[in-house]
Design a protein around this ligand. Structure first.
Ligand code: NAD
Length: 380
């Protein structure tokens, strides 16, 4: 990449900024400005990660700061507005998932990025994930034949922080927080969807989380220490109302012919993935076999095709988890984003794809509220 470093600002100095993106930016880019509407988060993050300045207002940062790119790491319902503002100011944007939680916002951010001609990388980056690249190659080899149906996602408990980040109606709830990962993966693996139907409800309206000060205080320790052990030991004391649907089912009709369901909720006990059930994250079934992602193995394949390298006469061909060491998508995306800016390339997790993923989720919730199946018009 040479010596040139991309000058960066960050909007939203919360958990994921400090856990994942600041370390990656500092390593490969130049962190110039931090911005959070909670002043102490912006100021402490600046000090912790060696930025030059801090702001509490996005517009002020965009006006005053000498930056090329902005990382949008604010709450889920605010990404589109923040990214559109940054693009209008001529800044490249890396946007955490989801790109938007309403069609109005989705059009706004899409048009702003297109008009400005800046780079936009939309998380979550599945396109560079070695696990999904392997799954895609297995499918493309015809191992399970024509794909007919799939099931993806599992619920879990809600985050125990970030009221405005995850729980408000504008934030969107678990479909946009968790289901987004499976919808991202499925669209990468199987291509775009043509229509969607959703069934969603609010099952647990009363919840407890840790107050904002809990994380803000955590930022007063230098150097930064992981928040997760501290959070696990904390007692959530702040009572909040869940506004968004917390129990969601999304039925997808894919343009390539298959049908499937994505489950996303905040109403399931944590730990199912690693517990007795050890359930797969994604299951795909076709004319010649089936493929599971997650569960006891990283990938399990059952095929009737005797010419396939995955054929076993009496069972599943398992690719072990050790073959796929934990992959840090935040770091991979940050490096890729810088590479795209410096060498004029298009990000692999592209704006058009990110738009499609968000349209599916927005229309799923709309469908649930109106009782009608909806066409997904975007594609990638
Ligand atoms: N925490 C995770 O494990 C994780 C993982 C992957 C993706 N994400 C995504 O990252 C985003 C942030 O998640 P988080 O866990 O860091 O949440 P968080 O609540 O810890 O951080 C969000 C921050 O944005 C700030 N903010 C809100 N509105 C603002 C505004 N107008 N201007 C400036 N700052 C503003 C908040 O004050 C807060 O500090 C979410 O969209 C989430 O979906 C989080």
């Amino acid at each position: 990449m040479g010596d040139k470093r991309v000058k960066c600002g960050v909007v939203g100095c919360g958990v994921i900024a400090n856990e994942a993106y600041f370390p990656a930016i500092v390593e490969k880019g130049e962190l110039v400005a931090t911005c959070d509407r909670i002043k102490e988060r912006a100021r402490r993050s600046m000090e912790l990660w060696g930025a030059k300045e801090y702001y509490t207002d996005v517009e002020e940062m965009l006006r005053k700061s000498d930056i090329d790119a902005v990382f949008i790491l604010s709450g889920m319902g605010m990404h589109a507005d923040h990214a559109a503002r940054a693009a209008k100011a001529g800044k490249h944007v890396l946007v955490q998932k989801p790109l938007a939680t309403s069609m109005r916002d989705l059009r706004k951010v899409f048009n702003a990025v297109k008009k400005a001609g800046v780079k936009a990388l939309v998380e979550p980056n599945v396109q560079m994930n070695p696990l999904y690249l392997k799954v895609k190659s297995i499918l493309e080899e015809g191992t399970i034949g024509e794909v007919y149906w799939f099931r993806a996602g599992l619920g879990r408990g809600a985050p125990s922080w970030g009221e405005e980040t995850f729980f408000t109606r504008q934030a969107g709830g678990p479909l946009f927080d968790l289901g987004v990962y499976q919808i991202a993966a499925l669209t990468f693996l199987l291509g775009p969807a043509s229509s969607v139907a959703g069934m969603a409800k609010l099952s647990i309206p009363d919840r407890f989380i840790v107050p904002d000060e809990f994380f803000t205080d955590h930022l007063s320790h230098k150097p930064y220490e992981s928040f997760w052990p501290k959070l696990a030991a904390a007692k959530p004391t702040k009572r909040i109302k869940m506004e968004a649907e917390d129990n969601t089912f999304t039925l997808l009709n894919m343009r390539s012919g298959s049908l499937g369901c994505v489950i996303a909720n905040f109403v399931t006990p944590d730990g199912l993935r690693t517990g007795v059930g050890n359930m797969p994250d994604i299951e795909i079934y076709g004319s010649e076999g089936a493929l599971l992602v997650g569960g006891p193995a990283a990938i399990s394949v059952m095929t009737k095709r005797k010419d396939s390298k995955y054929y076993l006469p009496d069972g599943w061909y398992c690719i072990p988890k050790e073959d796929f060491p934990p992959w840090n998508y935040y770091r991979a995306s940050t490096e890729h984003f810088f590479d795209c800016i410096l060498n004029d390339k298009e990000p692999l997790p592209s704006l058009k794809w990110g738009m499609h993923v968000s349209e599916i989720m927005i229309k799923s919730i709309q469908s649930s509220r109106t009782g009608s199946r909806l066409r997904v018009s975007s594609t990638f």
